[in-house]
Design a protein around this ligand. Structure first.
Ligand SMILES: C[S@@+](CC[C@H](N)C(=O)[O-])C[C@H]1O[C@@H](n2cnc3c(N)ncnc32)[C@H](O)[C@@H]1O
Length: 318
C-alpha cells in the first residue's frame, strides 16, 4: 500500500488552529465539520453507523448491494475507484467485489491514522489490488496519485458526506473531481433525502448519546491539540432541524456563561449560545438533478430504497 500525507494544501495542524480561532470569533460561532474526525472521532463515527436510529448507513448499503452488479456492468473492467472521505473503507468493498478485475483503490481522508489502519486491513483482503491511501482535504487538496490512462476511473462519495458541504464547496468538489477523473469517468454518489424530522432528529441525537460523544470530542480535541482550556461538561450536544435550509444542524450549546482559552486567545460564550459544528443537508431529487448538471456530470442512474429515504446515483462525466 502507498501512503501519502498531503501537507501542502490543508496544512494541518495550522489549518485546524486557524478554523477554530476564526470560527470561535464569529458572532455565529462555526467550526467546519471536517475537524470532528480525528482518530477518536472516526472511531465514534463508526459506532454511530451501527445505531438503530442512524438509518443512513444500513439504507445506503442495502441499495449498494441491490445495484452494485448493474453499476459494475455499466462501468466495465479495470476500474480505479477513488473514494472521497473513505473512513473505515467498508462500503467500497461492495463495489470492489462487484467490479470486473478492479485495478486500483485510492482513498482520501482527513482523519490520517484511521485511514491508514482501515486501508492496511483492506490491502490484506485484496492482494491483487493497488491500494493508495491519501491523507488530506478532498475539497482543496491535491491528489498525488496518477491514475493510469488505461483504467476506467470511478469517483465514490458515499455516506451523504455531500450534505456536510456548503453549496460553494459542493460545486468546487464536483468540478475538481470531474477534472481529476477525466472525460470518460463515472461517479457513484450517495445522498440522504428529505424526510420527517421525527426520523431525522433521533438519527443525530440517539438515545445512547453516541452522537453527543462524537460532537463533544471536538472540544476534547481542541484541548488536546490546540492548548484549549474548555470544560466539556459545560456544553451539551444539540441536533436541530432547520426546515428552511433542509438540514440537520449539530451544535454545542453552552450551559452557562463561561470563558475559556484556545492557543492563548480568550473566548467568552453566554449560556444558551452555541458553537455550530455540522450541517447535514437533506436533498430532493430536483435539487440533486440541478447540482449534478451544473457541475460537470450527467445522472444516468437514480436508485432509492423502498421508503425513498436515501438515493444512490451513478453519474457520467458530461
Ligand atoms: C460522514 S463520514 C462518511 C464515512 C464513510 N465514507 C461512510 O460512508 O460511512 C465523512 C468522512 O469524510 C472524511 N472527511 C470529512 N471532511 C473531509 C475533508 N474536507 N477532506 C477529507 N476527508 C474528509 C471524514 O474523516 C469521514 O471519514
Amino acid at each position: 500500500m502507498n501512503y501519502y500525507n498531503d501537507q501542502s494544501t490543508k496544512n494541518y495542524p495550522h489549518a485546524f488552529l486557524n478554523d477554530v480561532l476564526t470560527g470561535l470569533s464569529r458572532s455565529e460561532r462555526y467550526i467546519p465539520p471536517c475537524w470532528l474526525y480525528d482518530d477518536v472521532g472516526s472511531k465514534i463515527f463508526e459506532l454511530i453507523t451501527d445505531l438503530p436510529e442512524y438509518y443512513v448507513t444500513r439504507t445506503e448499503m442495502s441499495i449498494f448491494h441491490k445495484i452494485s452488479s448493474d453499476f459494475a456492468q455499466i462501468i466495465g473492467p479495470n476500474a480505479s475507484l477513488v473514494e472521497y472521505g473513505a473512513g473505515g473503507a467498508v462500503k467500497a468493498r461492495i463495489f470492489l467485489d462487484a467490479f470486473i478485475d478492479p485495478a486500483k483503490y485510492v482513498a482520501i481522508d482527513i482523519s490520517f491514522d484511521h485511514l491508514e489502519k482501515s486501508l492496511n486491513e483492506l490491502d490484506l483482503d485484496y492482494p491483487d489490488l493497488h491500494v493508495h491511501a491519501l491523507a488530506g482535504d478532498f475539497i482543496s487538496g491535491t491528489i498525488q496519485t496518477n491514475l493510469e490512462h488505461e483504467t476506467q476511473r470511478v469517483g465514490f462519495f458515499p455516506g451523504s458526506t455531500i450534505g456536510n458541504l456548503t453549496d460553494e464547496e459542493i460545486s468546487q468538489f464536483l468540478r475538481r473531481a470531474r477534472n481529476y477523473l477525466g472525460e470518460e469517468a463515472y461517479f457513484i454518489l450517495g445522498a440522504d433525502l428529505k424526510k420527517s424530522p421525527d426520523i431525522l432528529i433521533p438519527a443525530y441525537d440517539d438515545a445512547q448519546g453516541v452522537t453527543a460523544d462524537f460532537n463533544m470530542n471536538l472540544l476534547n480535541r481542541i484541548n488536546r491539540e490546540l492548548d484549549g482550556t474548555i470544560n466539556p461538561e459545560r456544553f451539551s450536544h444539540k441536533a436541530v432541524w432547520n426546515e428552511e435550509l433542509s438540514r440537520i444542524e449539530m451544535h454545542l450549546e453552552s450551559l452557562q456563561d463561561q470563558t475559556f482559552e484556545v492557543a492563548g486567545q480568550t473566548f467568552d460564550i453566554a449560556q444558551g449560545d452555541t458553537i455550530h459544528t455540522e450541517n447535514s443537508r437533506k436533498f430532493q431529487r430536483a435539487e440533486l438533478d440541478e447540482i449534478i448538471a451544473k457541475n460537470g456530470w450527467e445522472m444516468i442512474r437514480y436508485e432509492t430504497d423502498q421508503d425513498a429515504h436515501f438515493a444512490v446515483m451513478l453519474l457520467k462525466a458530461a
